[in-house]
Design a protein around this ligand. Structure first.
Ligand code: 13P
Length: 249
């Protein structure tokens, strides 16, 4: 049985003071939510404030990216040991906004994932098709290409530490959530790819989250699908009450 993982991706929102205020409201609403692992992925500079505010609770903190080397002359980059050193436990890798605006490749996703694992961070690796790929009947091929270009090159031992987020690009920030049926089909396809590469047991234990306009009122329908093992939530994770109602669906 896979434990649900409910993760918030704050993207480039909230300053340090807002971070602390968020946890004051959020934590009491999820203290009893033992049905799920709960993660908030904050902007780099707010990770220490988030870690301090969430200390002693069941909420863990993550980052939204990580560089693939440990240290060096790479102006502006942040490494795995730096993130682990301030108490981050998770990291989002390969988000479609990074692929789209910062030319992130599957090769970079692989290197970042390996670096995260070497630092003891748990990666949440994102993949998903673009609207034109879906409309052209190319969803499965897009997912296959992303999987084989990056994740499938991890060793089995590395792969078992990874959670996957299926985030169809057309559903992100658009209010157009994938239906439970659409998400289930994509998750099934992904689990099949995992099974072919890593075997039945690994496929059965891999958590595949859904992300893309997740809101409180349709979380129940998504989480009712056995293929869906949690959610990666953008906009609706910015408000503590709304994210708590998603966690507690
Ligand atoms: P929204 O929930 O705002 O659509 O964002 C989804 C997402 O990109 C999470 O990583």
């Amino acid at each position: 049985m896979r434990k649900l993982l409910m993760a918030g991706n704050w993207k480039m929102y909230k300053a340090a003071g807002e971070t602390t205020a968020y946890f004051e409201k959020f934590l009491p609403l999820v203290t009893a939510s033992s049905h799920a692992d709960i993660v908030i992925c904050a902007p780099y500079v707010n990770i220490p404030a988030a870690v301090a505010a969430a200390a002693g609770s069941r909420v863990e903190i993550g980052a939204q990216n990580v560089f693939w080397l440990q240290e060096g002359a790479y102006t502006g980059e942040i490494s795995g040991p730096m993130l682990a050193g301030v108490g981050a436990r998770w990291v989002i890798i390969g988000h479609s906004e990074r692929r789209q605006y910062f030319h992130e490749t599957d090769e970079a996703v692989l290197k970042r994932t390996q670096a995260a694992l070497e630092s003891g961070l748990r990666p949440i690796v994102c993949l998903g098709e673009r609207l034109e790929e879906r409309e052209g009947g190319g969803t499965e091929e897009a997912l296959r290409a992303q999987f084989h270009g990056g994740l499938a090159r991890l060793s089995e031992q590395q792969f078992t530490r990874v959670a996957i987020a299926y985030e169809p690009v057309w559903a992100i920030g658009t209010g157009k959530t994938a239906t439970p049926e659409i998400a289930t089909d994509a998750h099934r396809h992904l689990r099949g790819l995992i099974e072919t590469r890593y075997g039945k047991q690994v496929a059965a234990q891999t958590r595949i989250l859904y992300g893309g306009s997740v809101k409180a009122d349709h979380t129940k329908g998504l989480m009712a699908q056995t293929e869906i093992d949690g959610a990666l939530v953008g906009g609706a994770s910015l408000d503590p009450v709304s994210f708590a109602s998603i966690v507690n669906f």
